[in-house]
Design a protein around this ligand. Structure first.
Ligand code: NAD
Ligand code: MG
Length: 397
């Protein structure tokens, strides 16, 4: 690890063009930009104009588009600069392999797993936004980080909150964690109303500005389902130590309960830059230009139990936690397929949970993973089954 304070810290951002990626670049700019940081690699998928601009502004050494069809366009945009250009999965591998000390894992979905594993295996500290890594690969991902010698610093706002409230020196005093969920745009909808919602209404999150996948996942609470499994692996918890509470204002980002009855919470305005800044500065805190909480203007903080009938994702996450093994990988892959089918208007909003439940039940007997290849195999099996179910769902309406 590069610990000399005079040396710029070497950073890589996997998924720099997304919502987390652009917020990360803003935090880096606020914390001193090129004077303090050396950007090794930036990666994006379709939006190569933004990727090229980011690479030029930050002086990145390597820019990678994971979409091979965009290679020529990116190469053209960066011609005349000394920035290297690569594409496809080999390009992602190259980006993850460059000697950055700190890697932001902000690619959306399972596509982020392999490059994050590559960075973790060579010992980088991983700022983990991509929750899918832990949901799918769980213990094997943790083991890869441990063997590599780096650490995971959570970026997901709930897990950052828990990380900040945890008393690591007295882990035996921890009783439970309480993940907060906004409840999304359909918190007060009836099940009947939820059946017909459009992609546009589902993506309009009341408090947070995020990428499409995580926005739809907030509306269905599948995002919270993934976060329950993420928390289990990140903080080594049993299923009954993980609670979910709906908190519509998104001010309390999550809480940790101790055996003496104390509950510690982390609060802030809903702005991912606070969690990103903490991941980049840990164990210190950087000065950040984000809005401050004004308690005199906070009318109230509400909390309510999640309705498992309207939000079956929470129930399915509990099932996956209790079954263990590869059920996280199966839930994650099935949910990704169901999400895509909903966005493509092949299935309705509520059918997403039906697809996931079917696939989880169908693949509940898989033997636990011993190597990463087992995770990819389970992921592929889950996707095949999900596509069959989606086809049937589509036929029957
Ligand atoms: P996004 O859709 O805005 O951005 C995703 C990034 O991944 C982009 O750079 C995109 O180009 C890249 N990408 C897309 N498909 C790819 C592929 N097939 N291969 C390689 N790269 C690909 O997503 P986001 O909202 O920034 O979320 C990123 C991750 O962070 C997700 O795992 C999400 O769950 C997590 N997260 C996001 C937020 C948030 O506020 N946005 C909060 C917590 C956690
Ligand atoms: Mg979150």
């Amino acid at each position: 690890m590069n610990t000399a304070t005079s040396q710029p810290r070497r950073l890589t951002i996997l998924g720099s063009t997304g919502s987390i990626g652009t917020n990360t670049l803003d935090v880096i700019r606020q914390m001193g930009g090129r004077d303090r940081f050396d950007i090794m690699a930036l990666t994006g998928h379709g939006n190569v104009a933004l990727l090229a601009e980011q690479a030029l502004v930050t002086g990145a050494r390597l820019a990678v588009t994971s979409d091979e069809n965009q290679y020529i366009a990116l190469k053209d945009m960066l011609s005349g600069s000394d920035i290297d250009v690569a594409a496809g999965s080999s390009g992602l591998h190259e980006a993850a392999s460059l000697e950055a000390d700190w890697v932001m894992a902000a690619i959306v979905g399972t596509a982020g797993l392999q490059p994050t594993l590559t960075a973790a295996a060579r010992g980088a500290d991983i700022a983990l936004a991509n929750k899918e890594c832990l949901v799918s690969a769980g213990e094997l991902f943790i083991e890869t980080v441990r063997k590599g010698g780096g650490k995971i610093i959570p970026v997901d706002s709930e897990h950052s909150a828990i990380f900040q409230c945890l008393d690591e020196n007295h882990r035996d005093t921890l009783e439970r964690i309480v993940l907060t969920a906004s409840g999304g745009p359909f918190r007060t909808f009836t099940r009947q109303q939820m059946a017909d919602v459009s992609v546009q209404t589902a993506r309009a999150h009341p408090n947070w500005s995020m990428g499409l996948k995580v926005s739809i996942g907030s509306a269905s609470m599948f995002n919270k389902a993934l976060e329950m499994i993420e928390a289990k692996h990140l903080f080594d918890l049993t299923p009954d130590q993980i609670e979910v509470i709906v908190h519509p204002q998104s001010i309390v980002h999550s809480m940790v309960g101790y055996r003496d009855g104390s509950v510690l919470a982390q609060l802030g305005v809903p702005d991912m830059r606070t969690a990103i800044g903490y991941a980049l500065s840990y164990p210190k805190r950087a000065a950040l230009d984000v809005d401050r909480l004004d308690f005199t203007k906070l009318a109230r903080l509400d909390f309510e139990a999640p309705d498992l009938d309207r939000f079956p994702a929470i129930r399915l996450a509990r099932t996956a936690l209790e079954r263990g093994g590869l059920q996280g990988a199966v839930l994650n892959a099935a949910e990704e397929c169901a999400f895509e089918a909903f966005v493509e208007e092949k299935i309705g909003f509520l059918a997403m949970a039906d697809v996931v439940e079917d696939v989880m039940d169908h693949l509940s007997g898989l033997a636990p993973a011993t190597v990463i290849a087992d995770v990819f195999a389970a992921d592929a099996q889950a996707r095949r089954r999900a596509q069959e179910v989606i086809l049937n769902q589509g036929c029957t309406g």
